[in-house]
Design a protein around this ligand. Structure first.
Ligand code: PLP
Length: 408
């Protein structure tokens, strides 16, 4: 942390707003996942942070790619991942996407219509294509055998019917993908979900007679965004899955078992730093005007926005825009005790650009630095950098050997 403070001070002399990604933390989190799930292959959900250095670091830890667009397929492929480790899963893939991705990734069909579009591309190529299918399961994430309507995947019943009457001659179903929810902190809930996904894979094979080559169990593993929440007991989830995988893998020794993760792998590795540009008082309220808040790291302003318009004490999450109350810690590099009550706003000509109202802070003045935590996932990628044509924050990667890499 001391090391980080020196680096931040140095960087802030040059940049007024920047993301700092710390590779040590990426290594720690990815190792934690791998250690707790020894039978599982991990895929990095690139959409949470596609910064090239971050991506490279996660791939170096052995992760494959959960690509949510053709762009992410291309990035993963160009980063050197083989086709066997890139899985392209997203709703609404175009024929152009399918054609461009078919040689570089496993395609996960998100609907029956999409299977048919892949079939037409495969027929044109005169090839048989192995695909995965994303299933919208007949169980809910928190338990109970009730399927929910979803824009994602194919309902269980529909896939069985499709397989029965399949006339897609150039398609072979080789894998299943299930992902229902993100950001869960209750280990027992995730363990129950994993059990249900394994049962689904067994049932699918029994009903269809298809021998699956891979099962992608999706994500779900959350990070604790604030001090009030308990970190996920990942050892519990790992042990529980191992218990069920041990007999499962004996039965199906050739099936690859995969878990996807975005935020658990990199969420805690990033911090957003910005500078105080101006300080003023109005009718007794003290405002600190900061560089690039809503337009640099949108989620803290999104949180204020949701809380302002929701009557709920703890509004439901709307991932990945809003997770919970107090999802970010705002800190300064000053060691002094808080002595002022301030409202933190950004330098946009927009009233919604507020990240904190009336919070205690040490006395800050123009030039001082403010940090915001949990900026490693769904942070830079979600933020409207173009709004108002401001200079955008830079992204800086602090490598494990203390090299500082700046990406404008
Ligand atoms: C976004 C997404 C993930 C990643 O979720 P995290 O909470 O960041 O781990 C995994 N799988 C699918 C299908 C997703 O859309």
């Amino acid at each position: 942390m001391i090391k980080q403070k020196e680096i931040v001070t140095k960087l802030a002399a040059e940049y007024d707003s920047f993301y700092l990604y710390n590779e040590d933390i990426i290594i720690e989190s990815t190792q934690k996942l791998k250690m707790n799930f020894p039978r599982v292959e991990f895929l990095y959900s690139m959409k949470c942070n596609a910064n090239p250095s971050v991506t490279k670091s996660v791939f170096a830890a052995g992760f494959g790619a959960d690509a949510a667009s053709l762009g992410e397929v291309n990035t993963a492929f160009e980063a050197g991942l083989p086709k066997g480790k890139i899985f392209f899963s997203a709703p609404g893939k175009t024929v152009k996407d399918i054609k461009a991705a078919i040689g570089k990734s496993h395609l996960i069909a998100d609907s029956i219509g999409e299977i048919e579009r892949i079939q037409s591309v495969a027929e044109e190529l005169n090839e048989t294509v192995e695909i995965g299918v994303r299933i919208n399961p007949d169980f809910s994430f928190r338990g109970g055998n009730i399927g929910q309507p979803s824009k994602f995947g194919i309902d269980e019943e529909q896939i069985y019917e499709f397989v029965r009457s399949n006339n897609c001659k150039n398609i072979m179903i080789a894998g299943l993908h299930v992902h229902v929810q993100s950001q869960e902190l209750d280990a027992a809930v995730i363990a129950g979900y994993h059990e249900n996904v394994l049962s689904l894979a067994e049932k699918f094979q029994k009903v269809t007679g298809i021998k699956l080559k891979y099962l992608n169990m999706g994500s779900g593993m959350g990070i604790h965004y604030n001090k009030d929440s308990q970190p996920l007991d990942i050892a519990f989830v790992g042990k529980s899955l191992e218990q069920h995988l041990s007999p499962f893998c004996e039965k199906y020794p050739d099936m690859r078992i995969m878990i996807e993760s975005g935020r658990y792998a990199v969420g805690k590795s990033g911090t957003y730093f910005t500078k105080v540009l101006d300080k003023k008082t109005s009718h007794g309220k003290t405002y600190l005007i900061l560089k690039n808040t809503l337009n640099g790291f949108i989620r803290p302003s999104m949180e204020q926005f949701v809380l302002k318009y929701s009557a709920d004490e703890n509004p439901a999450a709307g991932e990945p825009m809003f997770t919970c109350r107090s999802a970010f810690e705002i800190f300064t590099l000053k060691d002094e005790k808080p002595e002022e009550t301030v409202t933190l706003v950004g330098n946009l000509c927009a009233a919604a650009d507020v990240i904190a109202e009336d919070i205690p802070m040490p006395c800050l003045n123009p030039g001082d630095i403010i940090g915001i935590t949990n900026a490693g996932s769904y942070a830079a990628v979600l933020s409207p950098f173009q709004f108002s044509s401001h200079e955008k924050p830079v992204e800086i990667f602090l490598s494990k050997d203390d090299k500082v890499l700046v990406i404008d």
